[in-house]
Design a protein around this ligand. Structure first.
Ligand code: NAP
Length: 248
């Protein structure tokens, strides 16, 4: 076994592609989901059917108590986590800031920022040599929004991903001497349901054409660099924010 991986929001989109690739590479995987049990359970069945090891667990990463229960479930089912992918995220409905609702912005910050902090903290407690752990690696899923700013679409989402980037740099330095590497992947335009969920299903095709490489990306094209950053091949890389944007 390569290790024990937890992918938050692992039932759909970029998370699901990461889970699939991780299982193929020999990880035992926990597929966390918030509300869509069907795709998460189907993914677990698919992996089990190929002889892999996986289970699904519902938890809202924005809730500290649910994150604690999630990590305890991983301990019990697979053993302590050695690889964490902080992937769960949302944008909120597309609008200018002056038309945005406070509750919607708060939810984005709670999931995209507090969720990452809670999960990383729980992982550090299990991975760090300071706590008797055997080391590990964390990849946070940021966004090109962090450096583009997403004006007119969701500046609050861009700000939440900026926080993820700063956190990645800081935590990487904090735990580098304890056997833990922390990196981020910042995807560009990737074909998932997040664009329709934000209220603009045509966004992918429209903006995809403006990407320097000439098209939008597939979730698998994010999963591959994530798995690489978690692997031994990236053992001297920490605190890095890797843009995977087709040149945006
Ligand atoms: P997606 O297809 O909409 O999937 C989002 C996933 O996050 C779902 O599995 C969802 O769970 C989960 N999730 C949402 N809120 C959650 C919560 N509170 N607790 C636990 N899980 C939660 O989106 P995606 O495009 O794959 O996005 C994955 C990550 O990539 C996000 O962090 C996003 O910001 C980032 N990203 C995406 C793009 C892109 O173009 N697609 C670009 C840059 C960055 P359920 O299945 O239960 O709903």
């Amino acid at each position: 076994m390569t290790g024990v991986m937890l992918v938050t929001g692992g039932g759909r989109g970029i998370g699901a592609a990461t889970v699939r690739l991780a299982a193929r590479r020999g990880y035992a995987v926990c597929v966390n989901y918030a509300s869509a049990a069907g795709p998460a359970e189907a993914l677990v069945e698919e992996i089990s059917g190929r002889g892999g090891r996986a289970f699904a667990h519902q938890a809202d990463v924005a809730r500290e108590d649910e994150v604690e229960t999630l990590f305890a479930a991983v301990d019990r089912e697979l053993g302590p986590v050695t690889a964490l992918v902080n992937n769960a995220g949302l944008t909120g409905q597309i609008s200018r800031l002056d038309a945005a609702e406070a509750e919607a912005m708060r939810r984005v910050v709670e999931v995209n920022v507090m969720g990452v902090l809670y999960c990383a903290r729980a992982a550090v407690k299990r991975m760090s040599s300071r706590h008797g752990g055997g080391g590990g690696a964390i990849v946070n899923i940021s966004s090109a929004a962090s450096f583009l700013g997403s004006p007119g679409e969701y500046v609050w989402y861009a700000a939440s991903k900026g926080a993820v980037d700063s956190f990645t740099i800081g935590l990487a330095k904090e735990v580098a001497g304890e056997g833990i590497r922390v990196n981020a992947v910042a995807p560009g335009m990737i074909a998932t349901e997040i664009h329709a969920a934000g209220g603009d299903a045509g966004r992918l095709e429209r903006i995809g054409k403006t990407v320097p490489i000439g098209r939008y990306g597939d979730p698998e094209e994010i999963a591959e660099p994530v798995l690489w950053l978690l692997s031994e091949e990236a053992r001297y890389i920490t605190g890095e924010i890797l843009k995977v944007t087709g040149g945006r």
